[in-house]
Design a protein around this ligand. Structure first.
Ligand SMILES: [Cu+2]
Length: 207
């Protein structure tokens, strides 16, 4: 009996120590952070920012759907906050496998994100949201991408209407000419050679 209790408390200790709650904020019209890496068993607290005006939801989709900004829900997947923009709405989930999700209202403009689960079924790569940074920001002529990675990647600028206005495959170069872009705020996505999203940043262009 004593051994049973000891075993139980040992398990509890491990579980308690291991579980972390990550914050995922729903904003107008993006998820922050768009890429989150957690361990299997960690919790993700999804909450609507107080400034949210538009309707948003968190809808799990297949990765292939996600890649093309589709909205078809994954059968049995998460469907959170559909049509309920009220501030203070929140959910806590404990995903055991990676979750590719979109806001079905704004997927077309790139309102989507991914929760990468390490130690779940299948091996997930750690993402590098913080390892692709833009400078200067705001920029007028040339944007430099600061990354410790030497791997080739593509960079894509999307305007507020969801149009891709600039896309470049970068090998050794780490700069992009943005002098022809209109002034404004752009979503900048970085993808590896396989098309996997590495990071998403915002770039303000001012001339
Ligand atoms: Cu939305």
């Amino acid at each position: 009996m004593k051994q049973t209790y000891a075993f139980f408390f040992a398990l509890l200790a491990v579980a308690t120590q291991a579980q972390v709650t990550h914050e995922l904020q729903v904003e107008d019209d993006e998820f922050n952070p768009p890429s989150l890496t957690i361990n299997a068993g960690d919790h993700v607290h999804i909450f609507w920012d107080n400034s949210v005006v538009n309707d948003h939801n968190v809808t799990e989709v297949e990765q292939a759907t996600w890649n093309v900004n589709g909205t078809a829900p994954l059968a049995g997947g998460y469907q959170l906050g559909v049509g309920t923009p009220s501030p203070g709405t929140d959910f806590t989930i404990t995903p055991l496998n990676s979750v590719w999700y979109v806001c079905t209202f704004h997927a077309g403009m790139g309102m989507k994100g991914v929760i990468n689960v390490m130690g779940g079924n299948g091996i997930e790569e750690a993402t590098a949201q913080d390892q692709y940074l833009l400078a200067p920001n705001p920029a007028s002529d040339v944007v430099s991408i600061m990354t410790p990675s030497s791997d080739p990647f593509t960079v894509r600028f999307t305007d507020a209407a969801g149009r891709t206005v600039l896309q470049r495959a970068l090998n050794t170069t780490r700069t992009v000419d943005v002098s022809t872009l209109n002034a404004g705020l752009y979503v900048v996505e970085f993808r590896d050679a396989r098309g996997t999203l590495l990071a998403r940043q915002r770039s303000l262009i001012a001339h």
